[in-house]
Design a protein around this ligand. Sequence first.
Ligand code: AN0
Ligand code: CP
Length: 322
Amino acid sequence: MRSFFHVSDIGDLKTALEEAKQVKATPFAWKKLGENKTIMLVFFNSSLRTRLSSQKAALNLGMNPIVLNIGQDSWKLETEMGVIMDGDKSEHLKEAIPVMASYCDIIGVRSFAGLCDRDFDYRETVLQQFVDYSGKPVISLESATVHPCQALADLITIEEYKKKERPKVVLSWAPHPKALPQAVPNSFAEWMNAADVEFVITHPKGYELAPEFAGKARVEYDQMKALEGADFVYAKNWSCPGVSEPAKYGQILSKDMAWTIDAKHMAVTDNAYFMHCLPVRRNMIVTDEVIDSPASLVIPEAANRVVSAQLVMKRMLEGLQA
Ligand code: AN0
Ligand code: CP
């Protein structure tokens, strides 16, 4: 595997899910695979789960992880091309990336959407520079438009907890005080569309996800109707994807607290599990009552981030050997 951005990068999903089970059951079985190999984990933004689960996954495979926080531990990096660098950015990605690449075998990058320039974000301008200038396999650890390690962990979790062959999975928008990227819902939609589930998306008007991620998923604007009979409720806030109105890209269009997932919402489901990628704002996205109930999968879901990261790194290490 050369890069990990999209569901297509993992190949057959059934095979990947079987392999994930093996990784989870015997995490130290591939200790030799990563011997003398280094993974560089580059963070332009904060993280708890991604940072720790990626390091743990690398250690399970016998690899050495190096973590770099851009702008805190390193110089501030310029990401735009052709600019006169007279501001506070001391170094350009064009030099920094090949230098970092010369110290490692695999690179993981967290670089959130800026939410100002839709084209800059949706072209994955920063991630693409890591591909172009590193010559190394690259993993998106949440880039401008995707969070594939999260989506794979979510799929593994659904596979573990499903009580029906083809469960109903509902992605529901929920309110949040700050404008958030679309990477999590984009990837979740992309992966659910590829998985063997009945997938429904619900959000207020104006929050339509980009067609390359929403695909042919059913969009139901009535949240309660969407949740009827659901087996999994996946809550997430995202800002305006700017599909029909590019000028509104990255804006907050609603803070309607009627969309907060509470016991009334869960009551219309088929005893659904509650999922969220975390970090979560309690009593904005979901009530204490729901997240503290036995229906909440947020902790096992986060634990599966080690499994998804390890599966991806294992595939990349095998690719390096071939
Ligand atoms: C980020 C987001 O919504 O993309 C990271 C989620 C994994 N969340 C926040 O910034 C709160
Ligand atoms: N879910 C997730 O990616 O969490 P972090 O932002 O803490 O890494």
